[in-house]
Design a protein around this ligand. Structure first.
Ligand SMILES: Cc1cc2nc3c(=O)[nH]c(=O)nc-3n(C[C@H](O)[C@H](O)[C@H](O)COP(=O)(O)OP(=O)(O)OC[C@H]3O[C@@H](n4cnc5c(N)ncnc54)[C@H](O)[C@@H]3O)c2cc1C
Length: 455
């Protein structure tokens, strides 16, 4: 996949994209398709970043993102154009059912207003708070609220603990007391801003055009997408970390890399926040150092395979979430073999449990044996698993997901200031504008469109 030889000086391209995760790859791929002379640089020996698929002995485990929500119009076309349309898998209908761990057992989450009013998962008081929500006033001042403050104010404590809290831990592995409602859950925040109420806003949105909203994957694993995108970019250097980005008075960027010095008229940084800080330190007289302070949540993931008869639960759903105030330490568990075919050999099931996160970082430092002991004992309580798994894979992500916490706006402003100071630079990737794969694809596509029209 490499381009050019060791230590070779790049001839000077129009655009250099640093970072071969889904963000950098999507931008570079769109630019290449539009005929822009683009090169991509990735520090690791492989592209994909957080997207990692592990296939072995009939098992297919996703060790990073497990599913992609097709909630915008950029994901489907990218998969199609990358030639993976025939391999796209839409999650089984059973995946609409999600479970919550409460009072020592798994209970299905309501899927709509009627089942919400009927469920015994929430108390009468919690339901009454939701019914009264349209009458809760928006605050008069502009103080930035945490997700927890916002939900307690509008919906009450129970909805925070058993609905929004678990959701936030499913997306960010985050702490709702610290995440910013404006930045981390921008769509929820906008409902209050635009409709004065979450309930009213949700009903208004239902009347509008709905995106497909399918949970999707790819038959041979999600990492087929980064691999295909890379194959469509004429110049991809893997195993080539960028060390420093400088911009000369002539407006040309000079990048010190493991592959020598490369030059380009424009640079896209689609790397984690600490790398943004390091790469731009000299060019910005230390102004980029703020990015070193962006908080990240660590995650440890245990992908397990069991014989079907060794799991009592029907696994008829997407998975379950475990609220922090209940008795499980794991954050939750997905049922990948219930969603997509080909995830487990016949007669077996695949389970993917997550632990750690912003509220329990220590667990992500445990060794495999300790993680497996915790996960298997908690899954035996929640799902009735028996004995040891027949397949297991533990993956630690010390800096899994950037956290858009209170004050995140400072990072957004600083990124724009750095871009203004170094014209031709774009700070991209999941550090700003959304952490989910579909958000990364949307932002990367829009960035490529902007760069292409600026050519
Ligand atoms: C465990 C886990 C589970 C997740 N689950 C889901 C999910 O189910 N659904 C979902 O939508 N999202 C999920 N996410 C989030 C999503 O996967 C990521 O936010 C997204 O993939 C990030 O893509 P990116 O390209 O912005 O960054 P990354 O994937 O982090 O890519 C950045 C790349 O930059 C490279 N790099 C770093 N420094 C340098 C340098 N100096 N020079 C060159 N290259 C460099 C890195 O090696 C890396 O490849 C999950 C994330 C994790 C970690």
């Amino acid at each position: 996949m490499g381009a050019g030889g060791e230590g070779q000086q790049g001839a000077g391209v129009d655009a250099l994209v640093v970072g071969g995760g889904i963000s950098g790859l999507t931008t570079a791929w769109h630019l290449a398709k539009a005929g822009v002379d683009v090169e991509l640089l990735e520090a690791a020996p492989r592209v994909g970043g957080s997207i990692v698929t592990h296939a072995e002995d009939g098992w297919l485990f996703e060790l990073g993102p497990n599913t992609v929500l097709e909630n915008n119009p950029y994901v489907g076309p990218l998969i199609e154009e990358a030639g993976l349309g025939p391999d796209k898998l839409v999650g089984a209908a059973a995946g609409k059912r999600r479970y919550l761990w409460k009072r020592g057992r798994l209970q299905p989450l309501p899927s709509g207003p009627i089942s919400f009013l009927r469920t015994r998962l929430f108390s009468g008081e919690a339901k009454a708070r939701v019914v009264r929500e349209p009458f809760v006033r928006a605050p008069l001042d502009d103080r930035e609220e945490s997700v927890a403050e916002f939900v307690r104010r509008r919906l009450g404590r129970e909805m925070l603990d058993y609905a929004v809290g678990p959701f936030v831990s499913g997306v960010y592995a985050g702490d709702p007391e610290r995440l910013s409602v404006r930045w981390a859950t921008a769509k929820i925040h906008a409902l209050e801003k635009n409709h004065g109420s979450l309930v009213k806003g949700a009903f208004a949105k239902k009347k509008g055009p709905a995106p497909s909203g399918h949970m999707i994957s790819i038959r041979q694993g999600l990492d087929a997408l980064p691999a295909r995108l890379a194959a469509g970019i004429p110049s991809v250097r893997t195993g080539a970390a960028c060390r420093r980005v400088l911009r000369g008075d002539d407006g040309v960027f000079r990048l010190d890399t493991d592959d020598g010095t490369l030059t380009a008229r424009r640079v896209v940084l689609a790397v984690p926040a600490d790398a943004v800080a390091r790469l731009l330190d000299e060019a910005t007289n230390g102004d980029a150092r703020l990015f070193d302070e962006m908080p990240y949540a660590p995650i440890v993931l245990a992908a397990l395979g069991f014989r079907r008869e060794d799991v009592a639960h029907p696994l008829d759903g997407f998975g379950f979430l475990a609220p922090r105030c209940e008795s499980l330490r794991i954050l939750g568990c997905l049922f990948p073999s219930s969603l997509f075919p080909g995830r487990a050999p016949p007669g077996h099931v695949a389970l993917t449990a997550f632990a750690g996160g912003r509220t329990d970082p220590e667990i992500a430092t445990w060794d495999d044996e300790r993680v497996l002991h915790l996960v298997t004992s908690e899954l035996s309580r929640a799902l009735g698993t028996r004995g040891r798994p027949v397949a297991q894979h533990v993956r630690r992500w010390p800096r899994a997901i950037p956290q858009y916490e209170i004050g995140h706006g400072l990072f957004v402003e600083r990124a724009r200031a750095l871009e203004a100071r170094l014209p031709g630079l774009s700070v991209a990737g999941n550090v700003l504008g959304g952490v989910s794969v579909p958000d990364c694809i949307r932002n990367a596509t829009l960035l490529a469109e902007r760069l292409r029209t600026e050519t």
